[in-house]
Design a protein around this ligand. Structure first.
Ligand code: ZN
Length: 336
């Protein structure tokens, strides 16, 4: 009896000890399992479901860096150096970067030839689903601040923080986003040169005056085989008081794309995209629209410093670039 009691106690103690050991191991294993599952979940959510993040502050740093070269008027040293910088920066992220170089002879001073550079960065060279999307902006800046309120400034070059650097800056940051997560279709970032050499009445006098959008016209005309499914042009998207209305030519000629972009803006909470009609602008989308490719112009034309020497980074903000970037991310990764 006594002995038996002792045995029982020993058994109980042994089994009790065993249970404690097992439960500790089970606890550790269960914890590890939960941790691994959670990490896998976070990984899956981040890489398969959540949209990648566009960083407006990084984009703003790109805006500042471009302006630090000085005005990027075609033919200037700042233009050449900034072009090299843009190509090198895109080369860090894209599958392929190439430049379309071309000459443009000035129509008022025929001794003058501008050397244009359209810079193209491609992601997914052979997409399975077989279609490509173009994201574009112009990177040159206007050589003359001819809308400056002070006549003394009108032959000075435009610094182009908003008009030139802003769209380009947003697309450089977008290149980083695309590098981090390739969409299953092709994306081409195209930075057009010689957008802003135009004379305001060139359409009435095409033989003697220079048009706007020389680089994009050259690109569209010389590459007839390039037919992206759609394109989005960013121009003057850095204004710290950002209000983007529906540019009238885009709205008339690519209404479905415009509605898709505005729907993406609503989903992204980009309040700067308002449901109002803006002016019709001769911009880099027009050469593509003429050729039947839907490209819309995302532009804030209510910018008091347009074509003045006051178009400087302090008039722009990271928050505005963030909104434009969020809409691009929503369009590219939003599932449509
Ligand atoms: Zn301009």
């Amino acid at each position: 009896m006594k002995h038996g009691k002792h045995k029982k106690r020993r058994q109980k103690a042994a089994s009790g000890k065993g249970k404690r050991g097992l439960s500790r191991r089970a606890l550790v294993l269960a914890s590890a399992g939960i941790l691994i599952a959670a990490l896998l979940g976070i990984f899956a959510w981040k890489y398969f479901f959540a949209k990648p993040a566009f960083d407006g502050r990084r984009a703003f740093a790109y805006l500042q860096q471009q302006c630090d070269f000085g005005p990027r008027a075609p033919g200037s040293e700042a233009h050449r150096r900034c072009g090299d910088f843009l190509a090198a920066e895109l080369g860090k992220f894209a599958d392929k970067v190439w430049e379309q170089r071309f000459d443009y002879r000035d129509k008022k001073d025929t001794t003058r030839v501008y050397r244009g550079r359209n810079i193209v960065a491609s992601f997914n060279l052979k997409p399975e689903k077989g279609f490509r999307v173009m994201l574009c902006a112009h990177w040159d800046t206007r050589p003359w601040a001819d809308k400056d309120p002070d006549p003394a400034n009108r032959l000075l070059p435009v610094p182009g923080a908003n008009d030139g650097a802003s769209g380009t800056a947003a697309l450089l940051e977008m290149a980083r986003v695309l590098h981090g997560r390739r969409p299953d279709f092709g994306v081409d970032i195209v930075l057009f040169d010689l957008e802003d050499l135009g004379d305001y009445h060139a359409e009435a006098f095409p033989d003697s005056l220079n048009p706007f959008c020389i680089g994009s016209e050259h690109f569209a005309a010389s590459r007839g085989d390039y037919r992206p499914r759609y394109g989005i042009l960013l121009d003057m998207v850095g204004d710290s008081d950002l209000v983007i209305k529906k540019e009238a030519i885009s709205r008339a000629q690519a209404p479905q794309l415009m509605e898709r972009v505005w729907a993406a803006a609503r989903r992204a909470g980009a309040g700067a995209f308002v449901d109002a009609i803006g002016p019709a602008l001769q911009d880099d989308h027009v050469p593509f629209l003429k050729r039947g490719i839907p490209v819309i112009n995302v532009v804030d034309f209510d910018y008091p410093y347009w074509h003045t020497v006051s178009d400087t980074p302090d008039k722009c903000s990271a928050a505005s670039l963030q909104q434009a970037g969020n809409v691009l991310v929503e369009m590219i990764y939003g599932g449509k």
